[in-house]
Design a protein around this ligand. Structure first.
Ligand code: 2BA
Length: 108
């Protein structure tokens, strides 16, 4: 058995969960937050047989897009009273960050 953790963007989560469920996978959706952007994202948790891992990753790949986000860095403290707003930082987010772990399933 393997435990798949897939961190995806909110915009992709519902269609991805629908697709996984339609294909017979059991999936748990958790609300999560990225440490860098401090924005909400979604972590999906699936326990699957070893031979299903690649098929799940294929579905994730098909439903998750890369998006560009712009982050405003903190402005430097002006020493002379002049103010130069820092340029926004471009960040590519997604499609998905996926971890595959060995797992044992016990339903109690
Ligand atoms: P965040 O931590 O909010 O990161 C959002 C995006 O910001 C990342 O996209 C990456 O492009 C950029 N980024 C993150 N840390 C950075 C840094 N120290 N310097 C420069 N840019 C940085 P993704 O790589 O697609 O990650 C999307 C979300 O997936 C992350 O949200 C985080 O929640 C999760 N994630 C990514 N890598 C992870 C890892 N190794 N372990 C745990 N969670 C991870």
């Amino acid at each position: 058995m393997k435990l798949i953790l897939a961190i995806v963007q909110h915009q992709d989560a519902s269609t991805l969960v629908d697709a996984l469920t339609e294909q017979g996978y059991r999936v748990t959706r958790l609300s999560s937050q990225g440490g860098f952007l401090r924005e909400g994202n979604v972590t999906l948790m699936l326990s699957v047989e070893d031979h299903q891992v690649n098929a799940v990753i294929k579905v994730v790949r098909e439903h998750c897009s890369t998006r560009t986000r712009y982050v405003s860095p903190m402005p430097p403290i002006a020493e002379s009273g002049e103010f130069y707003p820092p340029a926004p930082l471009e960040v590519q987010v997604g499609g998905a960050t996926v971890f595959v772990l060995k797992a044992e399933t016990a339903k109690l």
